[in-house]
Design a protein around this ligand. Structure first.
Ligand SMILES: Cc1ncc(COP(=O)(O)O)c(C=O)c1O
Length: 415
């Protein structure tokens, strides 16, 4: 785009007016200003007709259906990393296929990163994936068969529902309490049916935000041992609650597969994730990766490893934690008096609708105003989901605009 000065001159307007034009265009997500480089037209992503809620940053739509936190400083950070990568000596290595699950040097960097998450593991037990979703898909392909039963919380991450559906795996609902998955209900299920695995989010369950206590983690491991089932620990959001008890992997390393990524603390578009698995499962997991994408493209692995090595990830993670808490403060204020529940460190919250209001109806009303939210049925494994919305506070609105968007939701509900 022309400079502010050129715009003013070409159109015969004051410089201040030209500046305001650019400010408004930026607020509308149509342009982006880059210090020292100028103003650029933003790439616009539209609805692709398949997943209407996946609207990228920069559109006018306020997407509160998908958590995609991004800090304005990250674009420059990416530019620096790419420059560094281009200047490295042996760049040819990125043109050569890496082993399925990643090079041992890259896996070692992830193993070091995992120490912060309370996981002390040898690099051989780490495998790189194209994000946590790819990790979960790989785990079920490798370690389960069509027709197997996987125990999940009655409200669970929609991605696991999708994987189970595609792979012909049955999800069995387990009651969920404020403390996480009900272990009585899990034990009953394991007694009655042959349960292949338990899929669980012990730290910051999506969508309810629960964090399982240390005792309950030990009890869950004991149930898994008693019924010889394995545990799939989804730790995608665990970095937001660093004071949570030790991960399940640390409690039952012989039967837990830990799945995480850098999507929510770095960037959803990076598609970099990792699995930590017992040695007994390694061979099958590697074979399964080999049957699909081989894990992570070398260029992406190199970028992610550079972020991990430089310590920049610690900075972004810290920023994310502060941002998530600030957004929950805003939500708590705007939704006070409503049945809104959230963990103060989480990116999302659960808004129960007053009786008489259906979630789909509310979803449509908000979509008509350019606000996208998720309804409980997307998360529910049972036939009659509650009338509730999952609100992603780290969707596209900035912290500054979030309040206005949440106020709009508030005005659609009875006082
Ligand atoms: C609980 C949970 N697990 C896994 C994922 C997938 O993460 P990724 O982007 O790394 O594939 C998500 C994404 O929203 C999630 O909420």
């Amino acid at each position: 785009m022309p400079t502010h000065r050129e715009l003013a001159r070409d159109h015969g307007i004051a410089l201040a007016t030209a500046t305001r034009v650019y400010t408004e265009l930026a607020e509308a997500g149509l342009v982006v200003g880059e210090p020292g480089r100028g103003t650029f037209v933003r790439e616009q992503f539209g609805y692709d007709g398949v997943e209407p809620q996946r609207v990228a940053h920069g559109n006018r739509v306020a997407d509160l259906a998908f958590n995609q936190p991004l800090d304005p400083g990250q674009a420059d950070d990416l530019r620096d990393r790419l420059r560094e990568l281009a200047a490295t000596g042996d760049i040819e290595t990125l043109l050569v296929q890496h082993p399925p699950g990643g090079r041992s040097t890259d896996r070692a960097v992830v193993a070091t990163h995992l120490l912060d998450a309370g996981i002390d593991v040898a690099p051989e037990n780490v495998l790189l994936t194209g994000g946590a979703q790819h990790g979960l898909d790989t785990v079920l392909r490798a370690l389960a068969r069509p027709g197997d039963v996987i125990a999940v919380d009655e409200l669970t991450y929609p991605g696991i529902k999708l994987i189970a559906d595609v792979q012909g795996i049955e999800l069995a609902a387990v009651r969920h309490t404020d403390r996480g998955m009900s272990l009585g209900s899990l034990e009953k299920l394991c007694r009655e049916r042959s349960v292949k695995a338990v899929y669980t989010m012990p730290t910051l369950h999506n969508p309810l935000g629960s964090v399982m206590g240390a005792d309950d983690r030990s009890r869950m491991a004991a149930v898994a041992r008693r019924y010889d089932t394995f545990l799939i620990e989804d730790a995608t959001y665990a970095f937001l609650a660093p004071d949570a008890p030790a991960p399940l992997y640390a409690v039952a390393p012989e039967r837990t597969v830990y799945v995480a990524s850098l999507s929510k603390n770095l960037a959803t578009g990076l598609r970099f994730g990792f699995l930590v698995a017992p040695t007994a499962h390694r061979h099958r997991l590697v074979r399964t990766l080999k049957a699909s994408s081989w894990g992570t493209p070398p260029i992406i692995a190199a970028l992610a490893v550079a972020w991990l090595r430089s310590g920049a990830i610690t900075r972004w993670t810290h920023q994310r934690r502060i941002d998530a808490r600030s957004r929950q403060h805003v939500a708590a204020r705007v939704f006070s008096g409503l049945d809104y529940r959230a963990h103060p460190a989480a990116y999302f919250g659960w808004l129960r609708l007053p009786s008489g209001i259906r979630a789909v109806q509310m979803e449509r009303t908000l979509a008509a105003q350019g606000i996208l939210v998720s309804t409980a049925d997307e998360f529910s494994v049972r036939p009659h989901p509650p009338a509730a919305l999952r609100i992603s506070l780290s969707g596209t609105p900035t912290l500054a605009t979030l309040e206005r968007v949440l106020e709009t939701i508030r005005t659609e509900l009875p006082p």
